[in-house]
Design a binder for this molecule. Structure first.
Ligand code: FES
Length: 100
């Protein structure tokens, strides 16, 4: 377990995502029904999913509209069995931590 502080509290608005670089990875954190962390780069053409539109647990990649479940990382269209890596997230007194 390597918990690292990735963001300040309140840095990510409810219903939105934000991308962060940490340890050579680019991770998207979404604040939707709690915090969720997953790899930010879409498997299609490396679009950043963090600014994508959310509909419940599903985020839409802004580039060509592929969809992922933000809780499981699962790609919802085109290719079965593809998942972005997900990471545990913890809200602590001094910020948002991710286990990378
Ligand atoms: S880069 Fe995400 S759908 Fe094309």
């Amino acid at each position: 377990m390597t918990w690292k502080k990735i963001a300040e509290k309140n840095e990510i608005s409810v219903g939105k995502g934000k991308a962060f670089k940490i340890d050579g990875k680019q991770i998207a954190i979404f604040n939707q029904d709690g915090y969720h962390a997953l790899d930010d780069l879409c498997v299609h053409q490396d679009g950043s999913i963090a600014p994508g539109k959310l509909d419940g647990d599903i985020v839409e990649c802004p580039l060509h509209f592929w969809h992922y479940n933000i809780k499981t990382g699962e790609l919802k269209d085109y290719i079965k069995g593809v998942k972005l890596a997900t990471y545990p997230v913890q809200l602590k007194d001094d910020g948002i931590y991710v286990d990378v």
